[in-house]
Design a protein around this ligand. Structure first.
Ligand code: GCU
Ligand code: CA
Length: 609
């Protein structure tokens, strides 16, 4: 739901809707070129008369191109009007391609000056769903300067795209139920390398997970993004260092740019006690060949297998080997969680790979021949991968499909941040997915699923030319085969928000509580917002694939003496950087990077509505 508007604004809105509501969406829709995907060109603003914030000056080269994404709820004919300026005396011809098919060859003739803007039109039938409309230069002079593409239905409307103002009007509501938190451990100060320029990286300790080593009752482990893997005594207290990943990796270890960079995650093999194997993911400065890389990689994510010579020892000695190395074009959305399904002992490792920040303006998350924006599943004990360092499970959903990596378990992700398997119920896998500007979602993940990013954000159309808004699904949406969240909340920007700042909403995926200690929590999927420190739940039974979004409830928070408080006050910071952990008994822990502290959920207070 959007925040309450002022009374005057509200009254004005009511009056407007009385007076002009039938015509409200009847306007041609303009897509600014500077928001579109630019292939070999730059955004400039030195020639007056453009709309938006600038225009695209393509390189003077054959193939320089601009690609617009135009969503349609149903197939229909549209006039495509390109606004351009050509200050030379020659045509700047282009090929107009719609959804990969060449449509026509508009000439983009001289307009008299670079500041004289004119239009060039074509008529085409657009398809339901997201249309890709591309103009590509056919001569070495490049494109005319392009200001925008307007999509017009000839009847005063552009067709659909009236953005959905409030996609999830049903906001989280405060529950009658509160969590009682008891302090469990506090971690030493740690610091990123190189020294951060983003204050959000300056934390007490960038702890981001708590788990328990399979087969060693009570041995809890916690990774710190800044480099150390800690053990915590069974009943809490002072952490000890098991392994210093940063020191072991050496000078290429990198944790100083991007919120997720560093020693991001660790998971222990189901047979750790006998084979001594555990797995980490960490970031490095690019310094060697990656298995796959985005262009101009700035950071590598490396998955490592470690073998402890004595699995029972409380400090690591042993060997390590690299399984997988991926290069990312920006510092965000690299490899997030890696984990084993606790409901089986198959030893298959799931690897959640983000889109490297590139999905918002490209089709990378839908490209099946690259690992970016995908959930992978590999067999660390096998060797039949391209690099020979791991195996591809024969029952993975895309094995043998041409043009598709056999490693892929599910596609279409932006930032697949945290996932877990329900240890009860039907053992479903739930994944918390951080959205672009609008939707924070939890997916029920099954083999072969396509979550739709970046054609969809949650169960809405994401328009690459208008990333600040989402649009209603097309009438033929089911033909695309996308899977949508089983729980979600939206960002609710304040009125007038211009889409430039970080609103501070990001989901922290959690766990279905199946422990014994707190019956009131049984069957609830407990998750949160990692920035705000909100702790949420929905009932697992109401998280239904294809069903309506369930009500999300926000827990009240109490300290161990029963006084109501909040995560920001417990963490001593309005930015909590909250994460969840679970021990072998299924009991729940809450972590805050802000003050490097972990609390155990020890009881509840009140009752659920
Ligand atoms: C000039 C002009 C640019 C234009 C370019 C061109 O440099 O300032 O806006 O794109 O010529 O010839 O393509
Ligand atoms: Ca140019």
């Amino acid at each position: 739901m959007r925040p309450v508007r002022t009374w005057a604004a509200f009254a004005a809105l009511v009056m407007l809707s009385f007076v002009i509501s039938p015509a409200a969406s009847a306007a041609p829709v303009r897509y600014e070129a500077e928001q579109a995907t630019i292939i070999n060109g730059v955004v400039e603003s030195n020639h007056a008369g453009f709309t938006g914030t600038g225009f695209v000056n393509s390189a003077n080269a054959i193939g320089a191109a601009i690609e617009f994404s135009v969503p349609m709820t149903a197939a229909a004919s549209r006039t495509l009007v390109f606004r351009h300026a050509n200050g030379t005396t020659s045509n700047r011809p282009a090929t107009l391609t719609i959804n990969g098919t060449a449509h026509s060859s508009p000439l983009f003739p001289p307009t008299g000056a670079w500041t004289s803007w004119s239009t060039m039109s074509a008529t085409a039938t657009l398809a339901a769903g997201t249309n890709t409309i591309r103009i590509s230069a056919t001569t070495s002079n490049g494109l005319s300067n392009i200001d925008s593409l307007t999509v017009d239905d000839g009847q005063g409307g552009g067709g659909d795209p009236a953005p959905v103002e409030d996609p999830i009007p049903n906001d989280p509501v405060t529950s009658g139920l509160g969590l009682v938190l008891t302090e469990f451990a506090t971690f030493p100060q740690s610091n990123p390398v190189p020294a951060p320029t983003d204050s959000r990286l300056v934390r007490r300790a960038r702890i981001n997970h708590l788990g328990e080593v399979p087969g060693i009752p009570g041995r809890k482990f916690v990774p710190d993004l800044n480099g150390k893997l800690y053990l915590v005594p069974a009943s809490g207290g002072t952490p000890t260092t098991y392994l210093d990943v940063r020191a072991t990796v050496g000078g290429n270890f990198f944790s100083g740019r991007g919120l997720g960079s560093g020693f991001g995650f660790v998971t222990f093999h189901p047979q750790y006690v006998t084979n001594g194997k555990f797995y980490t993911v960490h970031s490095e400065s690019p310094n060697q060949q990656a298995d796959w890389t985005q262009s101009s990689a700035v950071v590598h994510s490396v998955v490592t297998e470690w073998t402890a010579s004595n699995p029972m020892a409380t400090t690591f000695t042993g060997t390590r080997r690299q399984l997988l190395r991926l290069g990312f074009g920006t510092y965000i959305h690299a490899i997030q969680q890696i984990d084993f399904n606790p409901n089986t002992t198959d030893g298959l490792l799931y690897i959640a790979v983000g889109d490297g920040g590139r999905g918002a303006s490209s089709t990378i998350p839908q490209q099946r021949n690259v690992p970016f924006g995908k959930l992978l599943r590999i067999n660390p004990a096998g060797t039949n991968s391209a690099n020979g360092r791991y195996g591809i499970p024969p029952n993975n959903p895309f094995v043998g499909v041409p043009g598709t990596l056999g490693e892929i378990y599910s596609i279409g992700y932006r930032d697949p941040h945290r996932f877990s398997w329900d240890r009860g119920g039907t053992n479903r896998m739930f994944l918390g997915h951080i959205g672009e500007h609008t939707i924070e979602g939890v997916y029920d993940v099954r083999a072969g699923d396509n979550m739709g990013w970046s054609d969809r954000e949650g169960a809405w159309i994401y328009n690459k030319s208008d990333p600040c808004n989402v649009y209603s699904l097309p009438s033929n949406d089911s033909t695309f085969g996308y899977t949508y969240p089983v729980a979600a909340y939206d960002h609710d920007p304040p009125p007038g928000w211009n889409c430039s700042s970080d609103l501070g909403r990001a989901i922290a995926g959690g766990f279905v509580y199946r422990g014994n200690a707190i019956p009131a929590l049984r069957g609830k999927y407990i998750f949160g917002d990692l920035v705000q420190g909100w702790v949420f739940y929905t009932n697992e039974s109401s998280m239904v694939r294809g069903g309506p979004l369930p009500q999300v409830y926000q827990f009240k928070i109490f300290n161990s003496s029963g006084t109501q408080t909040s995560m920001p006050s417990l963490a001593g910071d309005s930015r909590v950087d909250l994460r969840f952990g679970l021990d072998a008994a299924g009991e729940l822990y809450i972590l805050a990077k802000a003050n490097g502290r972990i609390w155990k959920v020890t009881s509840t207070n009140g009752s659920a509505p």
